[in-house]
Design a binder for this molecule. Structure first.
Ligand code: ZN
Ligand code: ZN
Length: 475
């Protein structure tokens, strides 16, 4: 007897989209059969997916929760926690989120992961993993020496910043020497190093010049967080990775120059992976001039039309691998409290609509295959972060994490239909898909657009990078 069958959907497996019945037992996919083969009598519960598209639950490898906003450090304002963000994710068809566990001086890496895991366990509707994160110029040797054990425990990804981002916020940069040291550890242990790539000297000089000229309004953001900065930092960290032989993941690619640096590295066979954000592929720096233009902002920054226009071709052509959100979820008053390039709040609400927007922009507008949509929203993130094939695939033996989508519709997004914040940067956007139901490890957690799971049951995932992903551009 099966626990659940999902019947007669258009099911997107690693080998293509087919009409299939999915049989689920003990949280795993145990059968994939021709549609009409499994019947209601075979399972305790049956979901009729006729006319719907069934994809692996989304994986958003870049969300921030519960963190004090750097531009509001004095007031201690935090972004929303895993409860709110994971609920929104579940509504939108995302079943795995990856957040950041920030190491603090005085604690071991193990304690860092334990502390952050406690903020998630019991509060999260989705499964989750954590990037070990450093926001210090130097990472002590004894902490670097703990990396192999942490990786062996299943903490398979780490993150550093190459810039302090603004002249006003607390320092977060790690110097390139210590990034080298960390990279040697992550590469040897088989972990992924995620990088916020911006050239700090360029960014800080640009801030000084803009301040001197009195040009600090929000719409100058891309002049501080500019394309040259992305180019120099990407080239620098890619060179370092080439020297070490390390896989790296470049977060929030925003410029043509960033795309080109990644293309060149991958062309040499380097394991370099790039992520972009849906709004970098849709909005430009001109949108900062809109009323409440801050809602479109995440760091580095929106760029020009030519940058925006290259994001989808780069995703389609396989130069970029993933569509993430860099979600930093707050309400509108917090998001818009900073009005200039010096005090703007980074990150925004976008976790819930990520799958619908990506579907609309890829399959609906550009005629991409469902398989490529799945790669960008789920399976590539699973591979790069060491969760594949447990996550990111509809395959026998994989976790039964599913998003069941209604497609071919026209649905105007508005914040009041969403569950994330009291605004959305996608207000008025015409989406061609809606998530109807979400299955997490075989359990229906969203049904007919409603959360039906009373208690959050998300679990911490162990990450283990495949040798393939670590050694060449595998996805
Ligand atoms: Zn970043
Ligand atoms: Zn981020």
């Amino acid at each position: 007897m099966l626990d659940l069958i999902v019947r007669n959907g258009t099911v997107v497996t690693p080998s293509g989209a087919e009409h299939l019945d999915i049989g689920i037992r003990d949280g795993k996919i145990v059968q994939l059969r021709e549609a009409g083969t499994l019947t209601e009598a075979d399972a305790h519960r049956s979901y009729d997916a006729t006319g719907l598209v069934v994809v692996p639950g989304g994986i958003d490898p870049h969300v921030h929760t519960n963190s004090v906003l750097p531009t509001a450090a004095e007031s201690g304002i935090r972004c929303f926690g895993p409860d709110r963000v994971s609920e929104a994710a579940a509504y939108g068809g995302t079943t795995t989120l990856i957040d950041f566990a920030e190491w603090k001086p005085g604690e071991s890496l193990e304690e860092t992961f334990e502390r952050k895991s406690k903020e998630w366990a019991g509060y999260s509707y989705t499964d989750f993993a954590l990037h070990g994160t450093f926001k210090h110029a130097e990472i002590p040797f004894e902490i670097l020496d703990q990396v192999p054990d942490a990786v062996a425990e299943g903490h398979g990804s780490y993150k550093v910043w190459m810039t302090n981002t603004t002249p006003t916020r607390p320092k977060q940069i790690t110097d390139i020497g210590h990034i080298w040291g960390l990279m040697e550890k992550t590469a040897a242990a088989g972990a992924m190093l995620c990088v916020h790539g911006e050239d700090d000297d360029i960014v800080m000089y640009a801030y000084k010049r803009l301040q001197r000229e009195g040009r600090t309004a929000l719409h100058h953001m891309h002049e501080a967080h500019n394309s040259l900065s992305e180019q120099l930092s990407f080239q620098r960290v890619i060179s370092l990775a080439r020297h070490v032989g390390a896989p790296i993941y470049l977060m929030h690619v925003s410029a043509v120059e960033g795309i080109e640096a990644i293309r060149e590295a991958r062309g040499r066979g380097q394991a370099v992976y790039g992520e972009t954000l849906p709004h970098y592929a849709y909005y430009t720096a001109e949108d900062y001039k809109q009323p409440n233009g801050a809602i479109y902002h995440t760091y580095p920054s929106l760029k020009g039309a030519e940058d925006r226009d290259q994001m989808w071709p780069a995703l389609i052509g396989g130069v970029l691998s993933t569509v993430a959100t860099d979600g930093v979820c707050t309400d509108l008053d917090v998001k818009t409290r900073g009005k200039t390039i010096l005090d703007a709040t980074g990150g925004h609400a976008g976790v819930e609509v990520r799958m619908a927007v990506a579907y609309t922009e890829s399959v609906h507008r550009r005629g991409l295959s469902l398989e490529r949509f799945v790669e960008m929203t789920s399976s590539n993130a699973a591979r790069i972060m060491g969760l594949y094939p447990r996550k990111g695939a509809i395959a026998v033996g994989s976790d039964a994490d599913l998003a069941i989508l209604e497609t071919g519709i026209q649905r105007t997004l508005t914040f009041s239909d969403l569950h994330e914040a009291d605004y959305t940067p996608w207000e008025g956007y015409e989406a061609a898909a809606r998530n109807r139901a979400t299955v997490l490890r075989g359990e229906l957690i969203v049904d007919d657009g409603q959360i039906v799971k009373a208690t959050p049951g998300g679990r911490l995932l162990k990450q283990k990078l495949s040798a393939d992903v670590a050694s060449r551009p595998a996805c």
